[in-house]
Design a protein around this ligand. Structure first.
Ligand code: ZN
Length: 360
């Protein structure tokens, strides 16, 4: 029996990997003993390319498994291994102001389980997701992209790894980048169909030959944008927040040439200096999504008032939040993670982000 009901919640991290392996091997020859392979670092290095190069054709393996049963996301082994470190679920470093504590994340998970159950007549899959989140326990983590505890742990792993990369970079070259994928704006009821593959691929294509770009790492997130005051719709808007080690001018040009302004997204590309702080890095992998309401307002001094558009952030309504959670569960952390110029790799018992050496 495969399915949403048995999404890995009861499996230990190594078993996640075996599960992944087992599924991958269904396409090929009979299974090899996994425990032997699991210890084989060079083999792992190959697998990680296959799993984490989210824009390469080699990624078809895991993706095709996902499409076979959309409700059962495959947790790539390196992500499972990163989340096997219970330290990320606790309260040590990294920290930043406003970061949720371990206890907060646990309470949030319980609150979201109740919300999912409450709305399960409207969203039948919500009940099954509630069951997945219910089984999240220390050392038996659910690893769902919708789990507040696993999301917090993954964000803390992400922040610590990028902080290390950023520490090795010239501070002047660190940039915070946000890209609005206007073409992927999705009607409110069409969210399950939103796939991150094409947007990540277009990002990779855009920046692949950019001079002075060493690496870029980020996460895709969503907001539900209410643009009714612009006489537009209410729709889900995916965007990428990333941290890059790059020269600003060539990167800015490449991004602006590809992602042009629209009525709804007048500034689809924003690039700012990044101070490399854990707080700044934490924005690049969000665990909570919001509703953004566009409104017209007046700004400037009394003698020079002018009208412009602003957005106000508010919480998603319960039903919208359930839809967002189902989507986060479906795409998983791997589906939201964007890596360019770095790769996930096993370092001892943990998982790190390392820069890929450029071929001259
Ligand atoms: Zn969890």
């Amino acid at each position: 029996m495969v399915g949403f009901l048995c999404v890995f919640g009861h499996l230990a991290p190594d078993q996640h990997y075996r599960r992944y392996q087992g599924a991958a091997n269904q396409r090929a020859a009979p299974r090899d003993p996994i425990s032997k392979r699991d210890r084989d670092v060079p083999y792992f290095a190959v697998r990680e390319e296959e799993v984490m190069s989210t824009v390469s054709p080699a990624n078809r393996g895991p993706r095709s498994l996902q499409s076979a049963n959309l409700q059962t996301p495959v947790v790539p082994p390196l992500i499972a291994r990163a989340l096997a470190d219970e330290g990320y679920y606790k309260d040590g470093p990294p920290t930043w102001s406003g970061a949720p504590k371990s206890k907060d994340a646990k309470n949030t998970r319980k609150r979201y389980i109740k919300r999912l159950r409450r709305l399960s007549s409207q969203f039948p899959e919500a009940k099954r997701l509630a069951n997945v989140l219910t089984r999240c326990k220390p050392r038996r983590r659910c690893m769902s992209g919708a789990c507040p505890e696993c999301g917090r742990a993954f964000q803390r792993w992400f922040v610590s790894e990028i902080a290390k990369l950023a520490g090795n970079a010239d501070a002047a070259d660190l940039k915070s980048i946000s890209i609005i994928f206007s073409k992927h704006r999705t009607a409110e009821d069409q969210l399950p169909a939103l796939d991150t593959t094409t947007m990540k691929r277009s990002m990779s294509e855009t920046i692949k030959d950019v001079d002075g770009l060493n690496w870029m790492v980020g996460g895709v997130d969503l907001s539900l944008n209410d643009d009714t005051q612009k006489k537009q719709s209410i729709a889900w808007q995916p965007q990428l927040y990333a941290i890059a080690n790059a020269d600003i001018d060539p990167l800015s040009k490449a991004l602006r040439d590809t992602f042009s302004p629209t009525i709804i997204a007048r500034r689809p590309v924003q690039i700012k200096e990044c101070d490399g702080s854990t707080k700044a890095i934490s924005y690049a992998f969000k665990t909570e999504f919001v509703r953004r309401i566009a409104y017209r307002t007046e700004v400037g001094p009394p003698e020079n008032r002018r009208k412009c558009w602003h957005t106000r952030k508010v919480s998603l309504r319960a039903g919208e939040h359930v839809q967002a959670m189902l989507w986060m569960h479906k795409v998983g952390f791997a589906g939201r993670l964007f890596l360019r110029g770095v790769r996930m790799t096993r370092i001892g018992n943990s998982v790190g982000l390392v820069q890929i050496k450029k071929l001259e």
